[in-house]
Design a protein around this ligand. Structure first.
Ligand code: ZN
Length: 239
């Protein structure tokens, strides 16, 4: 039996699948990992991305924050890919109880997923820091420089910046899903960023399937490991 056939069998037998995904899920929709620094990046930005996408930087260098944010983190033309759609279908069939994601692009919901735990928030939600009025992503993208509210306050994306804590309710929802899962699929993450690495310790089930281009610290715990593109795996499954 090939590994794909074994994966298919695990999915067929599972009733409570949880998918835990990282940047690799979105890169296949053309959204680059903002942490990756290419040549263009170095010409343009004086600071590493981890510093720009921090709470301190947002507060003290808001204009530079937004220059980077609009350029490197907003990809509004991106469409869900085969992995997003496969997961939405598994949920619709009652086999998947949650998607836990480190991505902030909203593509899982766009594909039809309902139970999505966005650990790092979403670029699609934005709030005035003064009066908490909601603004959509187009408002932020189209604003010249810093997006401001009609009350004069600065609009901030509902995205967890470095130095900021994760949302308790989201964490709790993700933990509950993982604790109750009977199959955990981990994909597109190198599992070196917290809390991703520790979240999977809450899994009580037997089988873990890990899909990532490079090896991860959890490979030894997995029933199946694929060092492939996600789309190549999910397009071979019968879901
Ligand atoms: Zn306001």
């Amino acid at each position: 039996m090939s590994d794909i056939e074994k994966f298919q069998e695990l999915i067929d037998n599972a009733k409570k699948i949880v998918f835990f995904g990282g940047a690799g899920v979105s890169t296949e929709s053309g959204i680059p990992d903002f942490r990756s620094q290419d040549g263009l990046y170095n010409q343009k930005y004086k600071y590493p991305p981890e510093q720009i996408i921090s709470h301190t930087f947002f507060v003290y260098r808001t204009e530079e924050f937004y220059e980077f944010y609009k350029d490197r983190m907003l990809f509004l033309d991106a469409k869900p890919n085969v992995t997003h759609y496969a997961l939405a279908k598994l949920e619709e069939k009652g086999k998947l109880i949650g998607v836990v994601t480190q991505n902030i692009d909203g593509l899982h919901q766009l594909a039809g997923s309902k139970k999505v735990f966005e650990l790092h928030g979403s670029v699609l939600r934005n709030y005035c820091t003064k009066c908490h009025k909601f603004y959509d992503v187009n408002y932020v993208k189209e604003a010249k420089g810093i997006p401001t509210c009609s009350c004069g306050g600065i609009v901030k994306p509902d995205v967890v910046l470095y130095e900021e804590g994760l949302d308790d309710a989201v964490i709790q929802g993700a933990l509950n899903a993982i604790e109750n899962a009977d199959l955990l699929i981990i994909a597109g993450t190198s599992l070196v960023v917290q809390p991703a690495a520790s979240l999977i310790n809450y899994y009580n089930g037997k089988d873990i399937v890990l899909i990532n281009k490079t090896s991860t610290p959890a490979d030894h715990r997995a029933t199946l490991v694929f060092h492939d593109k996600l789309g190549d795996i999910f397009s071979k499954l019968n879901i």
